[in-house]
Design a protein around this ligand. Structure first.
Ligand code: PBG
Ligand code: ZN
Length: 326
Protein backbone atom coordinates (compact mmCIF):
# COMPACT_ATOMS: atom_id res chain seq x y z
CA UNK A 1 0.00 0.00 0.00
CA UNK A 2 2.63 2.52 -0.98
CA UNK A 3 2.55 5.53 -3.26
CA UNK A 4 2.52 5.59 -6.26
CA UNK A 5 0.93 2.11 -6.47
CA UNK A 6 -1.71 3.04 -3.95
CA UNK A 7 -3.39 6.42 -4.22
CA UNK A 8 -6.07 6.94 -1.56
CA UNK A 9 -7.36 9.93 -3.50
CA UNK A 10 -8.69 7.60 -6.26
CA UNK A 11 -11.66 6.78 -4.07
CA UNK A 12 -12.26 10.37 -3.03
CA UNK A 13 -12.59 11.90 -6.48
CA UNK A 14 -16.36 12.23 -6.50
CA UNK A 15 -19.34 11.89 -4.19
CA UNK A 16 -20.41 8.56 -5.68
CA UNK A 17 -17.06 6.97 -4.74
CA UNK A 18 -17.09 8.67 -1.37
CA UNK A 19 -20.57 7.37 -0.63
CA UNK A 20 -19.59 3.89 -1.74
CA UNK A 21 -16.73 3.54 0.75
CA UNK A 22 -18.23 5.62 3.59
CA UNK A 23 -17.83 3.70 6.86
CA UNK A 24 -20.23 5.61 9.10
CA UNK A 25 -23.71 6.59 8.04
CA UNK A 26 -25.86 8.73 10.31
CA UNK A 27 -29.54 7.98 10.37
CA UNK A 28 -32.62 9.59 11.85
CA UNK A 29 -33.14 6.18 13.50
CA UNK A 30 -30.14 6.92 15.75
CA UNK A 31 -31.63 9.98 17.41
CA UNK A 32 -33.37 10.66 20.70
CA UNK A 33 -34.66 14.21 21.17
CA UNK A 34 -34.56 15.57 24.76
CA UNK A 35 -37.60 17.68 25.71
CA UNK A 36 -38.40 19.79 28.79
CA UNK A 37 -41.94 19.57 30.18
CA UNK A 38 -43.39 22.25 32.46
CA UNK A 39 -46.84 22.84 33.98
CA UNK A 40 -49.46 25.26 32.72
CA UNK A 41 -50.93 25.86 29.29
CA UNK A 42 -49.66 27.71 26.29
CA UNK A 43 -46.16 27.94 27.78
CA UNK A 44 -43.16 27.98 25.46
CA UNK A 45 -40.30 29.59 27.39
CA UNK A 46 -37.17 29.91 25.28
CA UNK A 47 -33.99 28.53 26.86
CA UNK A 48 -31.46 31.29 26.17
CA UNK A 49 -28.35 29.17 25.93
CA UNK A 50 -30.08 26.50 23.83
CA UNK A 51 -31.49 28.25 20.76
CA UNK A 52 -34.52 26.41 19.36
CA UNK A 53 -35.27 24.71 22.69
CA UNK A 54 -38.00 25.60 25.16
CA UNK A 55 -39.65 24.70 28.42
CA UNK A 56 -42.92 23.38 27.03
CA UNK A 57 -46.33 22.96 28.61
CA UNK A 58 -48.01 19.72 27.60
CA UNK A 59 -49.97 21.25 24.69
CA UNK A 60 -46.77 22.57 23.09
CA UNK A 61 -44.86 19.45 24.08
CA UNK A 62 -47.24 17.38 21.99
CA UNK A 63 -46.82 19.71 19.01
CA UNK A 64 -43.05 19.54 19.18
CA UNK A 65 -43.04 15.78 19.69
CA UNK A 66 -45.36 15.39 16.70
CA UNK A 67 -42.96 17.37 14.53
CA UNK A 68 -40.11 15.16 15.69
CA UNK A 69 -42.16 12.04 15.01
CA UNK A 70 -43.06 13.28 11.53
CA UNK A 71 -39.35 13.81 10.85
CA UNK A 72 -38.80 10.12 11.63
CA UNK A 73 -37.21 10.53 15.05
CA UNK A 74 -38.09 7.35 16.97
CA UNK A 75 -37.91 8.62 20.54
CA UNK A 76 -37.98 11.57 22.92
CA UNK A 77 -36.35 11.83 26.35
CA UNK A 78 -38.52 13.65 28.86
CA UNK A 79 -37.25 15.95 31.60
CA UNK A 80 -39.68 17.52 34.02
CA UNK A 81 -39.67 20.95 35.61
CA UNK A 82 -41.99 20.61 38.62
CA UNK A 83 -44.07 23.31 40.31
CA UNK A 84 -42.63 22.52 43.70
CA UNK A 85 -39.40 21.21 45.15
CA UNK A 86 -38.76 19.71 48.59
CA UNK A 87 -36.21 17.63 50.51
CA UNK A 88 -37.71 14.30 49.40
CA UNK A 89 -38.39 15.16 45.75
CA UNK A 90 -42.04 14.22 46.18
CA UNK A 91 -43.03 15.73 42.81
CA UNK A 92 -40.70 13.24 41.11
CA UNK A 93 -42.87 10.25 42.03
CA UNK A 94 -46.27 11.93 42.33
CA UNK A 95 -48.95 10.21 40.23
CA UNK A 96 -49.83 13.53 38.66
CA UNK A 97 -46.26 14.82 38.44
CA UNK A 98 -45.23 16.69 35.33
CA UNK A 99 -43.36 13.79 33.69
CA UNK A 100 -46.19 11.37 34.53
CA UNK A 101 -48.80 13.69 32.97
CA UNK A 102 -46.65 14.49 29.95
CA UNK A 103 -45.92 10.82 29.34
CA UNK A 104 -49.61 9.94 29.40
CA UNK A 105 -50.46 12.79 27.06
CA UNK A 106 -47.72 11.87 24.59
CA UNK A 107 -48.57 8.15 24.56
CA UNK A 108 -52.22 9.05 24.12
CA UNK A 109 -51.64 11.41 21.19
CA UNK A 110 -48.58 9.87 19.46
CA UNK A 111 -48.63 6.21 20.50
CA UNK A 112 -45.83 5.11 18.16
CA UNK A 113 -43.32 7.66 19.42
CA UNK A 114 -41.14 6.12 22.13
CA UNK A 115 -41.26 8.06 25.37
CA UNK A 116 -38.15 7.64 27.49
CA UNK A 117 -38.15 9.25 30.91
CA UNK A 118 -35.15 10.62 32.76
CA UNK A 119 -35.17 9.16 36.26
CA UNK A 120 -33.47 11.52 38.69
CA UNK A 121 -34.36 13.69 41.63
CA UNK A 122 -32.30 16.87 41.19
CA UNK A 123 -35.01 18.96 39.52
CA UNK A 124 -37.38 17.97 42.35
CA UNK A 125 -35.09 18.47 45.35
CA UNK A 126 -34.96 21.90 47.01
CA UNK A 127 -31.16 21.53 47.27
CA UNK A 128 -30.71 20.41 43.65
CA UNK A 129 -28.75 17.22 44.36
CA UNK A 130 -29.59 13.90 42.72
CA UNK A 131 -30.30 12.11 46.01
CA UNK A 132 -31.33 12.51 49.64
CA UNK A 133 -29.01 14.87 51.48
CA UNK A 134 -27.96 14.00 55.00
CA UNK A 135 -25.77 16.65 56.56
CA UNK A 136 -23.63 17.76 53.64
CA UNK A 137 -23.55 14.47 51.79
CA UNK A 138 -25.80 12.62 49.38
CA UNK A 139 -26.94 9.33 50.89
CA UNK A 140 -26.82 6.47 48.41
CA UNK A 141 -28.97 3.71 49.84
CA UNK A 142 -31.93 5.75 51.08
CA UNK A 143 -32.11 7.40 47.64
CA UNK A 144 -32.59 4.07 45.83
CA UNK A 145 -36.17 3.69 47.06
CA UNK A 146 -37.17 7.10 45.72
CA UNK A 147 -35.53 6.44 42.36
CA UNK A 148 -37.24 3.08 42.01
CA UNK A 149 -40.57 4.61 43.02
CA UNK A 150 -40.09 7.33 40.42
CA UNK A 151 -39.29 4.81 37.68
CA UNK A 152 -42.40 2.81 38.60
CA UNK A 153 -44.70 5.85 38.29
CA UNK A 154 -43.15 6.56 34.89
CA UNK A 155 -43.85 3.00 33.74
CA UNK A 156 -47.39 3.21 35.09
CA UNK A 157 -47.89 6.40 33.08
CA UNK A 158 -46.92 4.56 29.91
CA UNK A 159 -43.20 5.28 29.52
CA UNK A 160 -41.58 2.95 27.00
CA UNK A 161 -38.19 3.04 28.70
CA UNK A 162 -36.69 4.57 31.84
CA UNK A 163 -33.28 6.20 32.02
CA UNK A 164 -31.71 6.68 35.47
CA UNK A 165 -29.21 9.57 35.45
CA UNK A 166 -28.52 9.96 39.17
CA UNK A 167 -25.31 7.88 39.44
CA UNK A 168 -26.21 6.28 42.78
CA UNK A 169 -24.66 2.81 43.18
CA UNK A 170 -27.09 -0.06 42.75
CA UNK A 171 -29.95 1.88 41.23
CA UNK A 172 -30.28 -0.21 38.08
CA UNK A 173 -30.89 -3.39 40.11
CA UNK A 174 -33.35 -1.57 42.34
CA UNK A 175 -35.30 -0.21 39.37
CA UNK A 176 -35.20 -3.55 37.53
CA UNK A 177 -36.58 -5.21 40.66
CA UNK A 178 -39.50 -2.86 41.22
CA UNK A 179 -40.47 -2.90 37.53
CA UNK A 180 -40.40 -6.71 37.44
CA UNK A 181 -42.39 -7.01 40.67
CA UNK A 182 -45.13 -4.79 39.28
CA UNK A 183 -45.68 -6.31 35.87
CA UNK A 184 -43.26 -4.12 33.91
CA UNK A 185 -40.61 -6.69 33.07
CA UNK A 186 -40.96 -5.62 29.43
CA UNK A 187 -39.82 -2.05 30.10
CA UNK A 188 -36.11 -1.61 29.29
CA UNK A 189 -33.63 0.46 31.29
CA UNK A 190 -31.20 2.79 29.55
CA UNK A 191 -28.60 3.46 32.20
CA UNK A 192 -26.51 6.62 32.30
CA UNK A 193 -23.69 4.24 33.23
CA UNK A 194 -20.66 6.42 32.62
CA UNK A 195 -21.89 9.88 33.50
CA UNK A 196 -19.08 12.28 34.17
CA UNK A 197 -19.03 15.23 36.53
CA UNK A 198 -18.94 17.67 33.66
CA UNK A 199 -19.12 21.43 33.27
CA UNK A 200 -20.85 20.87 29.94
CA UNK A 201 -24.22 20.51 31.73
CA UNK A 202 -24.52 24.24 32.46
CA UNK A 203 -27.24 25.18 29.93
CA UNK A 204 -29.31 22.14 30.94
CA UNK A 205 -29.19 23.08 34.61
CA UNK A 206 -30.39 26.59 33.80
CA UNK A 207 -33.19 25.12 31.66
CA UNK A 208 -34.26 22.49 34.19
CA UNK A 209 -33.57 24.55 37.35
CA UNK A 210 -31.47 21.67 38.65
CA UNK A 211 -28.17 23.23 39.71
CA UNK A 212 -27.02 22.04 43.14
CA UNK A 213 -27.50 24.76 45.76
CA UNK A 214 -24.28 23.80 47.59
CA UNK A 215 -21.21 21.85 46.60
CA UNK A 216 -21.08 19.90 43.37
CA UNK A 217 -21.75 16.40 42.05
CA UNK A 218 -18.21 15.05 42.38
CA UNK A 219 -19.14 12.49 45.05
CA UNK A 220 -21.47 10.67 42.68
CA UNK A 221 -20.71 11.57 39.05
CA UNK A 222 -17.48 10.24 37.55
CA UNK A 223 -14.10 11.96 37.54
CA UNK A 224 -13.38 13.17 33.97
CA UNK A 225 -9.87 11.73 34.25
CA UNK A 226 -11.05 8.12 34.45
CA UNK A 227 -11.54 5.54 31.73
CA UNK A 228 -11.15 2.09 33.35
CA UNK A 229 -13.74 3.15 35.88
CA UNK A 230 -16.25 3.69 33.06
CA UNK A 231 -15.85 0.04 32.14
CA UNK A 232 -16.43 -0.99 35.77
CA UNK A 233 -19.55 1.18 35.95
CA UNK A 234 -20.89 -0.19 32.68
CA UNK A 235 -20.11 -3.79 33.68
CA UNK A 236 -21.99 -3.34 36.96
CA UNK A 237 -25.01 -1.94 35.16
CA UNK A 238 -25.01 -4.84 32.71
CA UNK A 239 -25.03 -7.25 35.65
CA UNK A 240 -27.80 -5.28 37.35
CA UNK A 241 -30.01 -5.60 34.30
CA UNK A 242 -29.45 -2.55 32.09
CA UNK A 243 -30.52 -2.86 28.45
CA UNK A 244 -28.67 0.12 26.99
CA UNK A 245 -25.49 1.69 28.33
CA UNK A 246 -25.02 5.43 28.05
CA UNK A 247 -21.90 7.55 28.04
CA UNK A 248 -22.30 11.23 28.85
CA UNK A 249 -21.16 13.81 27.70
CA UNK A 250 -20.22 12.68 24.20
CA UNK A 251 -17.58 14.82 22.50
CA UNK A 252 -14.98 15.13 25.28
CA UNK A 253 -15.51 11.39 25.96
CA UNK A 254 -15.31 9.82 22.49
CA UNK A 255 -12.58 7.53 23.80
CA UNK A 256 -14.98 6.26 26.46
CA UNK A 257 -17.72 5.69 23.88
CA UNK A 258 -15.19 3.72 21.83
CA UNK A 259 -14.05 1.59 24.77
CA UNK A 260 -17.54 0.89 26.01
CA UNK A 261 -18.68 -0.08 22.52
CA UNK A 262 -15.74 -2.47 22.19
CA UNK A 263 -15.89 -3.98 25.66
CA UNK A 264 -19.57 -4.05 26.58
CA UNK A 265 -21.99 -6.22 24.66
CA UNK A 266 -25.07 -3.98 24.80
CA UNK A 267 -26.25 -1.12 22.61
CA UNK A 268 -24.38 2.08 23.48
CA UNK A 269 -25.99 5.49 23.69
CA UNK A 270 -24.10 8.78 23.83
CA UNK A 271 -25.51 12.02 25.20
CA UNK A 272 -24.43 15.03 23.16
CA UNK A 273 -25.14 17.36 26.08
CA UNK A 274 -26.39 20.92 26.39
CA UNK A 275 -22.96 22.58 26.60
CA UNK A 276 -21.79 20.80 23.45
CA UNK A 277 -24.92 22.05 21.69
CA UNK A 278 -24.56 25.60 23.06
CA UNK A 279 -20.94 25.95 21.94
CA UNK A 280 -21.77 25.07 18.35
CA UNK A 281 -24.81 27.35 18.33
CA UNK A 282 -22.83 30.24 19.82
CA UNK A 283 -19.96 29.95 17.36
CA UNK A 284 -22.46 29.67 14.50
CA UNK A 285 -24.27 32.81 15.67
CA UNK A 286 -20.95 34.64 15.80
CA UNK A 287 -20.36 33.60 12.20
CA UNK A 288 -17.21 31.78 13.28
CA UNK A 289 -18.21 28.32 12.07
CA UNK A 290 -20.79 26.82 9.74
CA UNK A 291 -23.11 25.47 12.43
CA UNK A 292 -24.96 22.97 10.25
CA UNK A 293 -21.78 21.42 8.90
CA UNK A 294 -20.18 21.28 12.33
CA UNK A 295 -23.37 19.66 13.66
CA UNK A 296 -23.28 16.88 11.06
CA UNK A 297 -19.54 16.31 11.53
CA UNK A 298 -20.00 16.16 15.30
CA UNK A 299 -22.88 13.68 15.17
CA UNK A 300 -20.97 11.54 12.68
CA UNK A 301 -17.94 11.51 14.99
CA UNK A 302 -20.07 10.28 17.90
CA UNK A 303 -21.44 7.45 15.79
CA UNK A 304 -18.00 6.63 14.37
CA UNK A 305 -16.67 6.33 17.92
CA UNK A 306 -19.17 3.54 18.52
CA UNK A 307 -22.49 5.00 19.63
CA UNK A 308 -25.56 3.18 18.35
CA UNK A 309 -27.88 5.87 19.71
CA UNK A 310 -27.32 9.62 20.06
CA UNK A 311 -29.28 11.82 22.44
CA UNK A 312 -29.01 15.25 20.93
CA UNK A 313 -30.66 18.66 20.92
CA UNK A 314 -29.74 18.70 17.22
CA UNK A 315 -32.07 15.76 16.46
CA UNK A 316 -34.66 17.76 14.53
CA UNK A 317 -32.21 19.93 12.58
CA UNK A 318 -30.10 16.93 11.65
CA UNK A 319 -33.19 14.92 10.70
CA UNK A 320 -34.22 17.69 8.30
CA UNK A 321 -30.85 17.50 6.57
CA UNK A 322 -30.83 13.69 6.47
CA UNK A 323 -34.38 13.56 5.13
CA UNK A 324 -33.48 16.13 2.46
CA UNK A 325 -30.72 13.86 1.18
CA UNK A 326 -33.02 11.00 0.33
C1 PBG B 1 -29.78 15.39 35.88
C2 PBG B 1 -29.33 15.48 34.47
C3 PBG B 1 -28.37 16.37 33.95
C4 PBG B 1 -28.36 16.17 32.58
C5 PBG B 1 -29.27 15.18 32.30
N1 PBG B 1 -29.85 14.74 33.48
C6 PBG B 1 -27.56 17.41 34.61
C7 PBG B 1 -26.71 17.07 35.75
O1 PBG B 1 -26.37 15.90 36.00
O2 PBG B 1 -26.38 18.01 36.45
C8 PBG B 1 -27.51 16.95 31.62
C9 PBG B 1 -28.01 17.03 30.23
C10 PBG B 1 -27.39 18.07 29.40
O3 PBG B 1 -26.50 18.85 29.81
O4 PBG B 1 -27.81 18.18 28.24
N2 PBG B 1 -29.44 14.22 36.53
ZN1 ZN C 1 -29.89 14.49 38.83
Amino acid sequence: MLFPDYRPRRLRQNEAFRRMIRETVLSVDDFILPLFAIGGKNVKNPIDSMPGHFQLSIDYLIKTAKTAYDLGIPAVMLFGIPDKKDALATSAYAKDGIVQKATKALKDRIPDLLVITDVCLCQYMDHGHCGIVEGKSVDNDSTLDLLAGTALTHAKSGADMVAPSDMMDGRVAEIRGILDDNGYSHIPIMSYAAKYCSSYYGPFRAAAHSAPQFGDRRTYQMDPANSNEAIREATMDVEEGADIIMVKPALPYLDIIFRVSQEIDLPVAAYNVSGEFAMIKAADQMGWIDGKKVMMETLTSIKRAGADIILTYFAMEAAEILNGRR
